[in-house]
Design a protein around this ligand. Sequence first.
Ligand code: NAP
Length: 244
Amino acid sequence: MDRAARLLVHGAGGRIGQLLLPLVLADPRWQLVAALVRRESALTGQPVAGSTLRYSTDWPASVDAVDVVVDFALPAAFDALLDQVQQRGCALVSGTTGLSDDQRKRLRECAQHAPLLWASNFSLGAAVLAELVRRATELLPESFDVAVFESHHSGKRDAPSGTALTLAAAAARDPAHVPSICSLRAGQIVGEHEVYFAGPAERIELVHRAADRSVFARGALSAARWLMGRGPGEYQVRDVVLHR
Ligand SMILES: NC(=O)c1ccc[n+]([C@@H]2O[C@H](COP(=O)([O-])OP(=O)(O)OC[C@H]3O[C@@H](n4cnc5c(N)ncnc54)[C@H](OP(=O)(O)O)[C@@H]3O)[C@@H](O)[C@H]2O)c1
């Protein structure tokens, strides 16, 4: 693409949305075209710092005004978001967790017409952790018990975390034997995931700790960059890691 790609942030008022905006504005490869918030948000109509835009609830009028949407909002906003993506055929990078089975199904359907990448965790380290869990599951005998632990800040609404579900799926030998997940919500914990492989007289512990939420915002923007120019399909953060 020989011009800046036009990017819309959905959920711009949230913790991750607020980290995304300055990163987008500082990168000349992106042109921020809209910062969307909830209608009831106190930010509606306020200027976006460092830009001429204002926080808005309205999508750009022209259907082809957006190349890629980066979404970190809530499941309640997801259906309307997919309506827009479907209508516009733009790319979508979404980190919104707690989606329903129907929403996941719709996401897959939408991917027939647009390049989409949903991930429960956009940090590079968490993607590598999932690969290590897959490998450990292949190597270890079935006699090893597997357990997943996740800890997050008390403001996180969904439990277990999307990342814990991804890790449990990575460690499942078959759909009937998905490892159990323990969730903790406390204080300001950004995000910690541990996977135990416990054998008769030994234990492997694989751990990932996110120290700062900006890791998710940076990872989502790398994924959005990677998605530019790709055809319709449902991509995974794993594709970004393995095909950098
Ligand atoms: N995949 C990852 O790497 C990753 C990492 C961290 C978080 N997450 C997930 O990403 C999501 C957001 O996380 P967060 O920590 O930023 O949460 P947050 O601070 O609660 O932000 C969510 C934002 O979405 C906004 N929102 C709700 N409905 C909307 C709509 N219709 N249009 C536009 N914005 C809308 C909310 O607006 P109000 O403020 O007005 O309610 C809020 O600002 C959560 O699902 C979280 O679990 C994913």
